[in-house]
Write a protein that binds this ligand. Structure first.
Ligand code: ZN
Length: 182
């Protein structure tokens, strides 16, 4: 049976990262009462005004997100904010470690081989850019929290999602794609 969250199956963390943090829902997702959504570690709560604009991101370039928990800036997550502040940058997406680890196609390519080794070959229908986005999100979580497993759920800030989406855009809209592994 097709798993709705098949693209994140290898993240033992289905309960760690909210899948809809990553991608606009392609199919109806059980957002309302899913266990994964029953709690968040953010303080954004139900501030639906965040869906109307991106002022909460304080000038950082983010897309308007589709759900409230997604509308969080890197400065609102204490651990990320600490790294950001220590590096004297405005946004975590300017951090060289982010650029090297999450946006560099050569780095992501090697991670993809590890992914394939543990998960089996990619589905022919799986857009390659989506795979790269997924791997980039995983690497971001690993960079910040040092593990993908147990513990509190990890929220990926909108600026990070936006940046990764801009580098690995949906093939559906842009027609642009990186080569698939052979
Ligand atoms: Zn940011």
């Amino acid at each position: 049976m097709e798993n709705e969250f098949h693209d994140i199956d290898d993240i033992p963390l289905r309960v760690e990262i909210q899948p809809y943090m990553f991608e606009p829902p392609a199919r109806a997702e059980p957002k309302e009462n899913s266990e994964e959504n029953s709690e968040t570690s953010t303080s954004v709560g139900d501030d639906e005004s965040r869906l109307l604009n991106t002022l909460w991101a304080e000038g950082v370039n983010v897309e308007t997100m589709t759900t409230v928990p997604e509308c969080i800036c890197c400065a609102e997550i204490p651990l990320i904010d600490e790294i950001r502040a220590n590096s004297q940058i405005e946004c975590i997406t300017q951090h060289q470690a982010f650029i090297d680890n999450c946006l560099n196609i050569r780095v992501l390519e090697v991670s993809m081989y590890m992914y394939i080794q543990s998960q089996g070959p990619l589905d022919d229908n799986e857009p390659i850019n989506k795979v790269y986005r997924h791997i980039a999100y995983r690497r971001f979580v690993l960079w910040i929290w040092h593990h993908l497993g147990s513990g509190n759920r990890k929220i990926i800030p909108a600026c990070v999602v936006t940046k990764i989406r801009s580098v690995f855009p949906s093939e559906q809209y842009t027609g642009f794609r990186y080569p698939r592994p052979t």
